[in-house]
Design a protein around this ligand. Structure first.
Ligand code: ZN
Ligand code: ZN
Ligand code: FE
Length: 762
């Protein structure tokens, strides 16, 4: 007795070998029918014996293709039509676009084997790929995803490639970027002025100039990199100078995993992240002694390391046979270059050569950065390999929403139904190029995911460009979301929590409802509201943004708050160097509250301690002092400093007793590593103590930790077990960054809930 069955599959099911998989499965069971893509996913019509249909469905949900990610399978039965053959039908675009777009995927093992097989027709072909690997998000212009709607449209397939593409049993069946040296994109080597260098092997030639100490701009998947030999101090220093990047660490790419172990200490979880098909940059402990150029990551205990993820990288790294600096192709602060003409123009002053190719990058997408904490991934920057995979939420969004994110480390989030599409890393919205990237990527996401948002969420900071962008949009409901509430909700939403929870959010800065800069906050939070229950005691931040670049200004505020005198008079190390004149001036600003803003920022507290102990008085990038303070912290120190919690409607966490002790110890020459560890332990105690008091009052057991400070490994690795030991259930961000890169997800959820509540009240 034959039956007919109609199946609809939703999720990342296009461009991942899904139809080929379905075809093979149907053929094996002798089922009739067809499979095709539509704008929402994959549709399967099946006809056969009831038992076979049942097994088919089981295989579909239990063993889908490696890259597929199924969110939902809906099926229903229909009368049999007598179909006995199975075919793959053409895509059917529909009015509503819901199909998901796969992130870019690193080269798979099968393609890699062919790449280095001299008998294979794609031997050394730098764009080899198949349905299980290759570019996706960065080349897709439109959905449903096929070759014509990607930047591969410019390359008609040769007969050999076409026959693979058309053969449902081939692993390149409908691999949209399928190509070979005869029909596909190819590489060229250019000099700094853009003139082609005549060579039979541009990759081999690039490797040679790299070995000779050149800086080469390499066109990758989502943008250009700047590459140079990581063991050559002279060239790394030259790259820093030309890129105007003083101290911020450079990422590295190693030819293979063994070479990573030369320079890093690595555990199995880190290895898994490094080798995953997302191929992020993984932050790894630097091994001792390090033979890398000291300019690669000055003052850091961690290195950003990645493995090759495109065939071009594999070929280049194999030819160089050396670890390379692979830093984003931009001048400091600008977005990464991804268009060829623009890259030549912007990077011409930095790079000596350009290794380019003629497959266009449609979307800019930086490398992602992750680390392993407690055996679990922590995302520091969510971009290539991760975006635009949506975060699936337990409760659907009623109306489509755009959340504009924060100012630094900006991402935006487009949300509809069960999905939150968090964009790739956009960056600090501080220059026109980055803002343009923000606007264009929003337009692309709206188009790709077929959504016109009716609600727009934004930060409360009136001067954020993202806020101004949101407020200028017409015909939408605008919802302001407090920065730290968004942090907490990003964590709650990921874990499906409705709250109320104890929300601990520590970061550099976020606009508070009282006009102060918040950043050391304890909330009792739900998805729609929060109560601010405790925060670090306010100190005056002298000179606003200048105080972020000059931690000594924050240190001065803490010292004055504690001692009513300045650090030089207290005999603190390195303070004479700041200059009497500057100190007197800023001291006056602080005592008279001139050009100051009050802050409870935890990031600034870390800055202050770094400066008080003489570790760093000025920084060249945000978070530098805090990272160096963390790097200095010694293991095995159990002590901490005292602090007070002053009662009131909102508790004030008073760290003056700690500052008093830190000053005392710094003056008496106590090791920075010991002071740093004790300070970190103090912050752990603050979190545990305040959480316990909130539990006593509210009976809450769940604690969510979010905000940039929670990228601090020393802190996180101590506070999580400490809270658990006290019986708390602890949550942190897993799928989005705890820093401002995760804010947009929280904003989307809060705004959605606020609008729902106000419409149900109306
Ligand atoms: Zn492959
Ligand atoms: Zn071909
Ligand atoms: Fe923040």
């Amino acid at each position: 007795m034959r039956e007919r069955c109609h199946i609809f599959v939703e999720g990342i099911v296009q461009g991942v070998g899904f139809r080929s998989f379905v075809y093979t499965l149907a053929m094996r069971k002798s089922l009739g029918g067809c499979v095709f893509n539509d704008s929402n996913g994959v549709v399967i019509e099946l006809e056969g014996e009831r038992a076979d249909l049942k097994t088919f469905l089981e295989c579909l949900s239990d063993n889908p293709p490696a890259l597929a990610s199924i969110d939902r399978i809906v099926h229903g039965s229909a009368p049999a039509k007598g179909e006995t053959t199975f075919r793959i039908a053409g895509s059917r675009p529909e009015a509503q676009r819901r199909a998901l777009v796969s992130p870019d995927v690193s080269t798979c093992a099968d393609c890699l084997a062919e790449l280095f097989d001299p008998r294979n027709r794609r031997y050394h072909y730098p764009f080899i790929n198949c349905t299980n690997c290759g570019p996706r998000f960065t080349i897709i212009k439109n959905v449903p995803y096929d070759r014509q709607s990607s930047t591969m449209a410019d390359f008609p397939m040769c007969a050999d490639c076409r026959s693979e593409f058309d053969d449902p049993t081939d692993r390149r069946f409908h691999a949209q970027p399928n190509a070979c040296a005869r029909c596909g994109p190819n590489v060229r080597l250019l000099d700094a002025a853009g003139a082609v260098i005549v060579t039979t092997d541009p990759i081999e030639q690039s490797a040679q100039v790299l070995q000779e100490g050149a800086i080469v701009a390499v066109k990758g998947l989502g943008g250009y990199h700047l590459a140079c030999n990581a063991f050559d101090s002279e060239v790394v220093a030259r790259l820093r100078k030309r890129k105007s990047r003083e101290n911020k660490p450079f990422a590295l790419m190693a030819p293979d995993f063994d070479r990573v172990k030369w320079v890093c200490r690595i555990d199995p979880e880190e290895e898994a992240l490094l080798c995953s098909r997302n191929r992020p940059i993984v932050l790894l402990r630097i091994g001792e002694p390090s033979r890398l150029a000291p300019q690669v990551a000055p003052g850091h205990r961690f290195l950003g390391m990645m493995l090759p993820y495109t065939p071009l990288h594999y070929l280049l790294l194999k030819a160089v046979n050396q670890i390379l600096v692979m830093t984003s192709g931009n001048l400091s602060e600008e977005p990464v270059a991804y268009e060829d003409a623009e890259a030549l123009q912007r990077l011409g002053q930095i790079a000596d050569y350009f290794l380019v190719h003629d497959r266009a990058i449609h979307v800019r997408c930086d490398d992602s950065v992750v680390r392993s904490v407690d055996g679990q991934e922590m995302i520091v920057r969510r971009s290539r390999g991760y975006a635009p995979r949506p975060i699936a939420l337990a409760v659907p969004f009623k109306d489509p929403i755009l959340a504009c994110g924060a100012h630094f480390k900006n991402t935006f989030c487009l949300a509809k139904e069960h999905y939150a599409f968090v964009s790739q890393h956009i960056g600090a919205l501080e220059n026109y190029e980055t803002f343009e990237s923000f606007e264009n990527t929003i337009a692309h996401f709206k188009y790709l995911f077929g959504t016109e948002p009716s609600i727009v969420a934004h930060d409360m900071h009136p001067q954020y460009v993202s806020t101004q962008y949101a407020l200028e949009l017409k015909g939408v409901t605008q919802v302001a979301v407090q920065h730290h509430h968004a942090h907490i909700v990003s964590c709650m939403a990921e874990h499906g929590l409705e709250g109320p929870v104890i929300g601990v959010t520590f970061d550099g800065l976020g606009y508070g409802e009282d006009g102060a800069i918040w950043g050391g906050e304890f909330f009792v939070a739900t998805l729609v509201d929060y109560e601010r229950r405790a925060h670090f005691r306010y100190i005056p931040l002298a000179g606003g943004d200048v105080a972020i670049r000059q931690p000594w200004r924050v240190a001065l505020a803490y010292v004055i708050d504690t001692f009513e005198t300045d650090p030089v008079l207290l005999g603190l190390p390195g303070w004479e160097g700041i200059g009497r004149g500057k100190l007197t001036l800023v001291q006056a600003m602080i005592t008279r509250r001139l050009n100051t803003v009050s802050t409870s920022s935890c990031g600034r507290l870390f800055d202050a301690v770094a400066s008080i102990v003489g570790l760093r008085h000025e920084v060249t990038y945000e978070g530098q002092a805090a990272v160096e303070l963390e790097s200095a912290a010694l293991d095995g120190v159990e002590d901490r400093y005292a602090f007070e919690i002053n009662q009131g409607s909102c508790w004030e966490i008073d760290l003056r007793p700690a500052v008093r002790n830190i000053v005392h110890e710094a003056r008496n020459g106590e090791a920075i590593g010991v002071i740093s560890a004790k300070f970190h332990n103090t912050v752990v105690s603050v979190i545990v103590e305040v959480s316990k008091r909130l539990r006593e009052q509210e009976g809450l057991r769940q604690v969510c930790l979010s905000g940039g400070t929670f990228q601090n490994l020393y802190l996180l690795e101590r506070v999580i077990p400490a809270l658990r030991n006290c019986g708390f259930e602890v949550f942190r961000n897993i799928q989005v960054p705890p820093n401002d890169g995760g804010i947009s997800l929280g904003q989307a959820v809060v705004a959605s809930r606020k609008v729902q509540r106000s419409s149900s009240c109306a």
